[in-house]
Structures are given as C-alpha cells and as structure tokens.
Write a protein that binds this ligand. Sequence first.
Ligand SMILES: *Cc1c(COP(=O)(O)O)cnc(C)c1O
Length: 480
Amino acid sequence: MLYLSTRGHPDRKRFCEILLEGLAPDGGLYLPEFYPQVDSATLEQWRAVYAQKGYAALAFEVLSLYIDDIPAEELQGICERTYTRQVFGTDEIVPLRELEDLFYLEALSNGPTLAFKDMAMQLLGNLFEYELARRGEELNILGATSGDTGSAAEYAMRGKRGVRVFMTSPRGRMSPFQQAQMFSLQDANIHNLAIEGVFDDCQDIVKAVSNDLDFKRRYRIGTVNSINWARLLAQVVYYFAGYFQATHATPVGGSPSKVSFTVPSGNFGNVCAGHVARMMGLPIEKLVVATNENDVLDEFFRTGIYRVRGSADTHETSSPSMDISKASNFERFVFDLLGRDGAETRRLFSDELGRKGYFALNEHGSFGDASGKYGFASGRSSHADRVDTIRETWQRHATMIDPHTADGVKVARPFVQPGIPMIVLETALPIKFAATIVEALGKEPDRPSRFDGIEALPKRVTILPSDMAAVQQYIAQHCA
Ligand SMILES: *Cc1c(COP(=O)(O)O)cnc(C)c1O
C-alpha cells in the first residue's frame, strides 16, 4: 500500500515512511491510494476472528491491509502487545453496553488514561518503538495538550526505547485529575512542561519550534497529533468490533445488517476512521457527527459551508476535548468528497480558507447528495443538553456517562431508525470531568480503584514561561 497527499503532491510513500512524519511536504494529509474492500465473506471471517481470537487478531487483519513494510509476525506481535485485557480491562477491549433496545454505548475509554485516545496512542507507542529501533534513530515528541491527548501520549510512550516526550500544557488549567495523571509519571523519558499561559500559547510554542528547521533536525523533533495516519488507522478497528457486537452473522445468501454510529467530534479524527471503515465496505447506515457549542462541523454538514473560527469565537465548554476552532482531520473527508481531486482540495484549504476563512461546497451544486452518499449526518448539544442527558441516563439506565459521551447520546436520538442498531462511541469516563457530573447528579463520579489517591502522588513537572527559547533550552538540556 502506498500513501498520497490530499493536496496532490506527486510522491507516494510507504507506511513506515509516513509513520514518523506529520503533514505531507505540500501541507496535505496522508491517505492510502485506495481503500481495500472487505466483502461480506471477509466480514464474516473477521467476525469469527474477533469472537474466537480477540481484538488484537482483528486489529492485525485490518492493519495488515494497510501496512506491508512491517513483517507480518512483527505486526501481529505489536497488536498482541497493545490490545491486552491487562491494559484495557476486558477481553472484548471495546465492549458494547445496551442502554435500551438497539441503542448502545461502545466503551473506548478503559485504557490507561480513561479516554478513547488510548486506543490509537497505545498502538502508536509500540509502532514508534519498533520503527525507531529498526532505523537506529531517536525521536523527541513535542506536544501541546489541554488534557486528553497529552496524557494518552505520555502513557503510550513511557519507558519506550528511543522516544522522549516533551508535553506542554497551560499551567493550572487542566482538571486536578488530569494534572495528577500526567504529572505523577516518574519515567525518565517523560517531561511535563507547565507553561505560564493558555492552551493557544502552548500550541504556538510547538508550532514555532517545529518551524525552526535547524533545531527540529538537530534534536529530531516529532509530534503525535491527530493527523497521524497510524492513529486514524488504529481507530478503524473498533468500528468493526462495534459492528460485530451489535449484529448477528449474516445468513448465507442474505445481505449484511446495517448499523449507525454517533461520534462526539472535535478534530474529526475519530469519525474519519468511521468514514474509512465505511469506505472499506463496513455496512454503516449513518455516521452522525456530534459537536458541542463549537459547531464548525455541524454547520458544515447542515449547510455545506466550512467556516473556521477565531480563538475569540472558540468557546470553553463542559466537553473541553471537543473545543476546536478548526477540525484538523477534516481535509481527508473533503478530499474523498471531491472525488480525490488534490488540486481542488489544495485550493480550498490553502487558498480559500487562508483568504476568506471559509469555503462553501454548496456552491458546487449537489452537496446534499454528495454528503448523503457518504452517510454523514450531524447535530450539536449545549451545556444544558449534556447535563440533562447525564442525569437522564443515570436515572433511566443507572449508567454514568461523561459530558463528551452525553453529547453523543443527545445528538444520536433523532437519527435512530427502526431495526438499525445505533452505537454511540463513549470517548471518556466521567471521573475525568467530575465537576459536570456533580452539577448533573449531585454526587462525585465513580473512580476506578487504580486511580485512588492519585492527586496526592509526587508530581514531576517543570514550570516555564510562555517563551519558545525557554522550551528549546529545556529540550536541549534533556536530550543527552
Ligand atoms: C479527543 C476527544 C474527542 C474528539 O475526538 P476527535 O478525534 O478530535 O474528533 C472527543 N471526546 C474526547 C473525550 C476526546 O478526548
């Protein structure tokens, strides 16, 4: 399998080449040249693989269609080391819970940091370690986080050979639980940098350091952001696993059942993996994109207009991992929507967005039909909606859900169709967002016992001014 850029660059690359890269050289995102097709016989075979050999074996089936430059037995070992009961808490890895008839939650947040990003990041850690050892290279990951991404990256890379993590976060702005999760790590290769500033300051520093090409090369700086293709690919697997749990085997000669998914979305990474699964032939009826008050994506799927927001128009909400001003993975879907026209994708994302701050696909005529063809629908929730949904789900189903998952449950309801299972992806556990749970339920969320007393553990964090030079100096001193 070869990979191409969404902006039409002529180069084609293999998986291990793009694994450690961010954007393509022309600023586009990498996608496979084509989506391998899974016919109904293969689908039933995979159903059996998941039921009999487990999630790691299913992951190997999916990944090996896209990765042909890692020997099969190595890739299998990587999958087996990643998706274990020990790390994810159950044999299913992503168990479904039925809230009511044909309405399910798919649990993606039982990994080390209790958010769905572990599903991909844990795999990425093992892939990085493998590839860096093969090349005899090292990598220094520099990132900015307001919570979930940074902790998932640190828990994936801790103790891995050849990798160091330098994670900036806005000082004092993460929840106490999130701070404790990150700062209590004592691994020598993990560096927490609390920046005197807000999240945007952290992101600006990371961008500035990445633009300092000399420094970047000299200190082998890389990232783990959500545009990484390997992360997206890892996420494709749980759409298949969710499908198998919600449906019965297709009778011989029959046509496979359909399911719909609703996905709490920010950067469009999670739901883009659903799009890839659907393009491979997984029978998905609807892919419902759920946003919060930061509704860039909902606006697009309703109107055909993609309008990025400034930081003044980006709201701080009770579902902070979805507080985005632009959706960094969205370009992948637009590329497919435009019939994989790289020149047109480049024009929209680099010229039009740069010049006007928006582009309009409804001007191209049949936007509704085109997006309908890909199964997308969308909706948004307000803070009050999420609080009500958390309360209602607790009262009716004795199930505690976090504000991001509540967004999904709320937005999913109008899209439920008779006879078609609706699967809402659970993207975090309530303990990470205790304040909203207390507001909704008047009680503290359940805490998995392994996190008892985590706030009292010794913290390993360095406070730095909001200054690129200070961060560079810190990195230089800790890259011996
Ligand atoms: C990252 C995250 C999201 C958004 O996922 P995208 O891939 O950016 O769309 C939703 N919920 C939680 C809890 C997250 O951590």
